[in-house]
Design a protein around this ligand. Sequence first.
Ligand code: ATP
Length: 347
Amino acid sequence: MDLHIQGIGKRYANVAALDAVDLDIASGELVALLGPSGSGKTTLLRVIAGLLHPDRGRLLFGSQDATRLSLRERNVGFVFQHYALFKHMTVAENIAFGLRSRPRSRRPDKASIARRVQELLGLIQLPDLGGRYPEQLSGGQKQRVALARALAIDPTVLLLDEPFGALDAKVRVELRRWLRRLHEQTGQTTLFVTHDQEEALELADRVVVLKDGRIEQVGTPEQIYREPASAYVFDFIGRANALDGRVDAGRFVAEGQALALPAEGLADGAARLYVRPHDLTLAAPGEGLPARVLSAHRLADRITVELQVAGQAKPLELDLVATPEAATPEAGSTVGLRPLRYRVYPA
Ligand SMILES: Nc1ncnc2c1ncn2[C@@H]1O[C@H](COP(=O)(O)OP(=O)(O)OP(=O)(O)O)[C@@H](O)[C@H]1O
């Protein structure tokens, strides 16, 4: 089912947790809501779930105005970071809960519920664990059961609030790949909250970047990573170097430096160039932007070089692939820098 979020606003005292948010989600999409703490991700998810009423705007599920519908009427599936499964119920009973607690007129018969539970246990790859209790499961297994439980009711939309946030890094990576495959199988419209950019970029069809209750950018992971719409998005999405300078007649120049790069479409004035450490390369001696090597560290398969450019407030980082023959630049030496891929934003 399509979801349309139109002009949604929610204030707490003097904080705009959401400020006129517009977003259309197509049926079957897996969308990540990405942003730092306090950017409004959870508030937006709770508004969609019906756990929280917005001050302004409306919400459409397909063509139906859902703004005033209750949680139950919306038929959404919800999984939280710390989703408490019912401890006194088995896995199978937990999964069946949403169907069993329906009013008699809409409740499937016992055999149908049992079939659905078995089908979901298969889907979450725990076909034999229906008889276990939650305390007999690992953290990752519990979250999979929570997901099956949310899916049991055939929700209009599945809402996941940092579902893997409490798990350790390795399990997290496994589970998000698993969730991606599961989504490909079910085609379930899904909204996923995370503050982890890697998780968002790896998992989602589209990523929504939030800042202070507003949408900063919506795009495919590729667009968000390659064409961040603002310095904020660039910075949030990965490691970033910033270089102060100015735009002059369609070129970015670092003041008083040997750097002049195309920056089309930008008005003249103070600007900042952003470049990722692996997109910064060493130029031939005497070429590029001169920088002094502060330090160099080998870490697994890369060498990270810390560099100071004269007149810049902050040092830059450059990543080299640590092949056996790669020379580590010496601290104190001067090198030339050349950004390969970069973005320029008004300062
Ligand atoms: N019940 C509340 N009362 C007052 N302020 C609130 C309440 N809930 C949220 N806020 C504020 O609204 C803003 C958005 O909060 P929200 O929880 O949506 O952010 P978030 O992006 O989900 O953050 P996190 O990643 O930390 O969960 C924050 O400034 C927060 O302090």
